[in-house]
Design a protein around this ligand. Sequence first.
Ligand code: G1P
Length: 299
Amino acid sequence: MTQNSSWKRVRKAVFPVAGLGTRFLPATKVMPKEMLPLVDRPLIQHAFEEARQAGIEEFIFVTGRQKEMLEEHFDYQPELERTLEARNKQDELEKVRASEMGESQLFCTRQAKPLGLGHAIWCARKLVGNEPFAIMLPDDVVLSKTPCLKQMIEAYDETGGNLVAVMDVPREETNKYGILDVGAQNGALTEVKGLVEKPKPEEAPSTLSVIGRYILQPEVFDHLSRFEKGAGGEIQLTDAMAKLIGSQPFNGFSYEGQRYDCGSRIGFIEANIAFAMQDPEIGKTVRSIVKQQAENADL
Ligand code: G1P
């Protein structure tokens, strides 16, 4: 696929990770919610690996208080590696190495106050600079053959501009998402005519909702800088994105794959089952356990 020449390549991804994770208390009393393991890797590592597989070179964490563990997780751990090497634990060593970031890859900034997702992204403006960037919400995990962000970057190579991953939701759930006002459809792409954050079901312009994967142009920061409050009294990313419509291409992208809301307990459990069933080492056993458990539950 050829790169649409007028749009720059996406090299950076922003990970807003300052949230409290109150739905997982007491597990998240001390440990950041992004460290909860989905099968064998913390949620933040799933998001990082997806971004890396999509060709992202710089990873920008917007952190907050008690989130230091997220940075440390990606550190080089020489003692641990030496021990694993000495014990000839090659598989484990590879797993540890897959969780390391090289020099000048991880950048952190802090969101001092919880003023909303838009504000969190605004906090990354200096680290992003004047180039397009991806946003990964680690709560949203997508199980797919090709990593979701990779699919998006391939589509962006054709469309340029702004791209948000979208999925259809039941109408009664529109108040949990950013919702599209939809225009023309072309394969996996849907032209975005408008965006509304968490509309009531009866007011939602469609049922096509934004999930936590975005490719945005840096002009979004101009709108975020106004600090306008939206739904729930928060500075909303959706509102700033809506202001780009008309001046730049803006498309929804229907990815191939299944998205799990790991910010909720049910979604997190569902994701653990789905990912474990796909795991090359334990998948087969997990499938028979799930089947057995379902049969037991019927008794
Ligand atoms: C955020 C965004 C929303 C988006 C959702 C996807 O909401 O504000 O537009 O649809 O993520 O998960 P949150 O889940 O943080 O309330």
